[in-house]
Write a protein that binds this ligand. Structure first.
Ligand SMILES: C[S@@+](CC[C@H](N)C(=O)[O-])C[C@H]1O[C@@H](n2cnc3c(N)ncnc32)[C@H](O)[C@@H]1O
Length: 384
């Protein structure tokens, strides 16, 4: 979609067309609807309206009810922050006493909207003219104040009262792997801003050694998915590391000190991925009165059951043989037919193991395959 087509989509003609597409999609076939609408509207406008209607449907998972009123491009929607995570950040920033934000690379504005909704004065900067126009239209669609400039963010200096926010794009547009050489704005620009007190969203694979001294690194999961690392620059962070799990908002903080290791007890806790990536498994162990079962494995064991919002807890029923033939015999002995395999630190593909075992019993079971003091070990467990 080019800028001209997007502007036409925003006009009364475009709005009426989009409303018709929304109403008729699923009633008429795409082909019949497209053919009919192209008789009275330009081809590009019909294509843009059909795409927009489709993207609004897709965006619902990320942005909830707002999606029906917002504007998207396909790639920018992929890069947009989930509404729940954008809100978490925006509300924390507003609570810190900040009053204004400049979003340096705002895309279609998911973060920008959350920041404006949290009561901050917002200014978005976006290099791509269509995305800049979309972000502007999105503020208007939600009746939120703010401005969006189409400019190179590396030439924009934050105003005295503005906190800079950056969510750098991957220049190759692919994947979730963290690579500072592929970022735009570059990692050097990001680091300079952090040292002056900015907030930066980045990929969860961020290596800990890239976090500048004095900057807080927060890993966030949402519904069990690890979604991002957020860096809180000098003056904005309060701890070295933080793990946050949405939707509960449960948190763990600490400095990443390794936990104590001990023998396997009757309970096993599987930490949320935000806890694992932030290196706070030792803190989780402290909170549940437990210990690590191996210095390199993110399982926590304990003698007593203490439920924690950032862990799934299991009762260990018995240790089973790790070797496949003996394991199968043990599972057959338990009449297992449906098996869930959890694994950590061992080279096993759970789906392939389940299919090789060909269990036919009547019961369901869960096993944990892991290493304990370098020994491959299997536990039969149940949710506690
Ligand atoms: C990951 S997206 C931002 C997504 C946004 N936070 C959201 O939730 O919708 C990064 C954006 O930065 C923009 N960008 C990259 N380099 C830029 C630069 N030098 N100046 C301005 N924008 C830039 C890209 O075009 C892209 O839209």
């Amino acid at each position: 979609m080019d800028l001209e087509t997007f502007e036409r989509l925003l006009s009364p003609e475009g709005a009426a067309l989009l409303a018709e597409v929304h109403e008729r999609a699923g009633v008429e076939s795409d082909l019949a609807l497209g053919t009919r609408l192209r008789r009275s509207h330009p081809v590009e406008l019909v294509a843009a309206a059909v795409t927009q209607n489709h993207l609004r449907g897709l965006a619902r998972a990320k942005l909830g009810d707002d999606a029906a009123r917002l504007w998207f491009t396909h790639d920018a929607l992929q890069q947009a922050t989930r509404g729940s995570v954008a809100r978490l950040r925006a509300e924390r920033l507003a609570a810190s006493g900040a009053t204004a934000v400049v979003d340096l690379g705002c895309g279609i504005g998911s973060d920008l909207l959350a920041l404006a909704r949290a009561g901050l004065r917002v200014r978005g900067v976006e290099l791509d003219p269509v995305r800049a126009a979309v972000a502007r239209a999105n503020l208007a669609a939600l009746e939120l104040p703010g401005e969006v400039l189409c400019a190179d963010a590396t030439t924009v200096i934050p105003l005295d009262d503005e906190v800079a926010f950056l969510d750098p794009a991957r220049r190759d547009g692919r994947g979730r792997v963290f690579d500072p050489d592929l970022m735009s704005p570059s990692w050097d620009v990001v680091t300079e801003h952090l040292l002056r007190g900015a907030v930066v969203k980045t990929m969860p694979g961020l290596p800990h050694e890239l976090v500048p001294d004095g900057v807080e690194a927060q890993w966030v999961s949402d519904g069990g998915d690890l979604v991002e690392a957020c860096l809180w620059g000098i003056g904005l962070g309060s701890v070295a590391r933080r793990a946050t799990a949405l939707p509960s908002g449960a948190e763990l903080t600490g400095d990443g000190t390794r936990g104590v290791v001990g023998p396997v007890g009757p309970y096993l806790h599987e930490p949320d991925d935000a806890v694992i990536r932030s290196g706070l498994v030792g803190r989780l162990a402290d909170e549940v009165g437990g210990w690590l079962i191996d210095p390199r494995i993110a399982y926590v064991s304990a003698d007593h059951l203490v439920q924690h919002p950032m862990a799934r807890s299991f009762r260990i029923l018995e240790e089973l043989p790790f070797r496949e033939k003996q394991l199968k015999a043990a599972l057959v002995g338990h009449d297992v037919g449906t098996l869930t395999v959890k694994k950590r630190g061992v080279d096993v593909v759970p789906e392939k193991l389940v299919s090789r075992l060909r269990l036919k019993g009547s019961r369901t079971a869960t096993i944990v395959l892991t290493r304990v003091e370098d020994r491959a070990t299997c536990f039969l467990v149940e949710r506690a």
